[in-house]
Design a protein around this ligand. Structure first.
Ligand code: NAP
Length: 491
């Protein structure tokens, strides 16, 4: 589908915003600089957005700081009602938002619709949770004193998000932040800013006051440093690569901000001999190839036990060969393009490295004939856990398969990584499912289930996959301060 047709349709819905949002006003970069955003499916320019930096970020922080006074004082019921309105608007505009996601990110339209529904679910969930930020009364050790615990919003939040879920990664952070009474400065990826801007437009329409939600984009290090250096910003919430997450964590030390990090994964998908083959094949297809492999919880390594190996490889290969590659707007497409040239280079170099060390291509193994950043859905066998492809996040449609003999060996291989986000295991043995789930050093475990992320469930990683949890009742904790009040002379 031509980029300009989609843009024209989106413009008529009022959701196609191309400026930053500071203090309720749509703003260009102060020096007029812009940056072009591309449709990865055809290389066409979608539109330009402001290339902002330090000055705009400082103003966005000031707006958020000023807005915090009133927003944090509203009743939880008032904030909840505005979040409910925002949720309703997101769902009402599901189709347009999904088109925007497919346009800038490339994922197939049905996956984009799924992202809108998933993204909106955080706003609805936290609209409800806003009313459950409960304090506590503690037993006092002294007869004339009373002890209370009060939970209060942390203040201004800097939220930095990646390109792979351009809407849902925003709502997963902004939902709990606003519910608690925090205000936010969002920095979406420069590769996919339009979904964030459209969501912000709908937030304004839902009665969220000016300055409560601000959006700046452009020079990532300058924006990031401005957020880190500011004493008014009390929390950084980041989703993205482990490398950038580490920099932000170090930078936050100077002003001792709260930090939550949702970083990269290296998900093992373990299939034991006693697994249901059909269930395992279906789940491995989804877990590896949904979002064209560009999700942090996508399978990065398939570990297959020797007794089921041949049967699994046969069925899995047939399933992978049937995946249709193309523009996400085309009917029946299951695999979109990778986000950019750097992403496809990474995939190519990891596959080449594995082949040079003895791995074999079973399906695919090269760029797709469609050109640009399309890559063939690929399976490679004879992979060893020491190979780069098993140690780094592939973030593409390549399934490396490692053969193993025993349960102990599978656990050892699965845990032999610095990442610890998602892991999956397939078995019909109930004892094994508990044993292995408990042994896996991961924050999210799927048993006979290949991908799971819900607003009601805590999402986050062990080890270098991050700090804190998003979603669920636990997702509020990182946006709250705990205050203990002792009242004397109460006897
Ligand atoms: P990235 O390169 O780390 O970028 C993420 C965000 O950080 C973008 O907005 C980027 O801006 C910004 N950024 C880059 N350098 C910065 C700096 N020095 N200071 C401040 N901000 C900076 O990651 P990505 O390639 O967009 O996303 C893919 C990664 O995200 C993968 O590793 C994936 O696993 C991870 N991820 C994790 C989760 C999770 O929940 N754990 C979910 C989704 C994705 P620009 O894009 O404008 O440069």
């Amino acid at each position: 589908m031509e980029t300009e047709n989609v843009v024209a349709r989106l413009k008529s819905s009022g959701l196609f915003r191309t400026k930053g949002l500071i203090g309720g006003k749509w703003i260009d970069a102060y020096d007029g600089k812009t940056i072009e955003v591309y449709n990865p499916a055809n290389g066409e320019v979608i539109a330009s957005v402001p290339f902002m930096g330090e000055k705009e970020t400082k103003d966005a922080i000031s707006s958020a700081y000023d807005a915090f006074r009133d927003w944090s004082k509203l009743t939880a019921f008032d904030r909840s009602s505005r979040l409910h309105k925002w949720y309703n608007l997101l769902i009402e505009h599901k189709e347009e938002l999904a088109q925007l996601i497919t346009l800038e990110q490339g994922k197939p339209l049905n996956e984009a619709i799924g992202e809108v529904v998933y993204g909106a679910s955080f706003i609805e969930f936290y609209a409800e949770e806003a009313k459950r930020v409960n304090g506590d009364i503690l037993p006092s050790p002294m007869p004339d004193r009373r002890l209370f615990v009060l939970k209060q919003p942390v203040g201004v939040v800097g939220a930095i998000t990646p390109w792979n879920f351009p809407l849902a990664m925003i709502t997963r952070k902004v939902g709990p932040a606003l519910a608690c009474g925090c205000t936010v400065v969002i920095k979406p990826s420069e590769l996919t800013p339009f979904s964030a801007l459209a969501a912000a437009e709908l937030a304004i329409q839902s009665g969220i006051p000016p300055g409560v939600l601000n959006v700046v984009m452009g020079d990532a290090p300058k924006i990031g440093n401005s957020l880190l250096e500011s004493r008014q910003v009390r929390k950084i919430t980041f989703t993205g690569s482990t490398a950038v997450g580490k920099k932000l964590m170090a930078g936050a030390a100077e002003t001792v901000k709260k930090v939550s990090l949702e970083l990269g994964g290296n998900a093992p998908f373990i299939i034991f001999d006693d697994a249901d083959l059909e269930v395992a094949v279906k789940a491995s297809l989804a877990s590896k190839f949904l979002y064209t492999g560009q999700a942090c919880i996508c399978t990065n390594r398939l570990l297959v036990q020797e007794g089921i190996y041949d049967k699994f490889m046969n069925a899995f290969s047939n399933a992978v060969k049937s995946l249709k590659v193309g523009d996400g707007f085309s009917e029946g497409v299951a695999q979109g393009p990778l986000i950019n040239e750097a992403a496809i280079h990474k995939v190519e170099s990891l596959v080449q490295d594995a082949i040079s060390k003895g791995a074999k291509v079973v399906v695919g193994g090269k760029r797709h004939s469609l050109g640009l950043t399309f890559y063939e859905p690929t399976i490679i066998s004879d992979v060893k856990n020491e190979m780069l492809i098993a140690r780094q996040e592939i973030f593409g449609p390549v399934a490396p398969v490692i053969r193993f003999k025993t349960e102990e060996e599978a656990i050892q291989i699965a845990n032999d990584t610095d990442a610890g986000l998602a892991a999956y295991l397939f078995t019909n043995n109930i004892q094994r499912s508990w044993r292995v789930s408990e042994a896996l050093e991961y924050g999210i475990v799927g048993v006979n289930e290949g991908l799971h992320a819900y607003e009601v469930a805590p999402f986050g990683g062990f080890k270098q996959s991050g700090l804190g949890r998003e979603g669920s009742k636990y997702g509020l904790d990182d946006f709250l301060e705990i205050k203990c009040i002792c009242m004397g002379n109460m006897g």
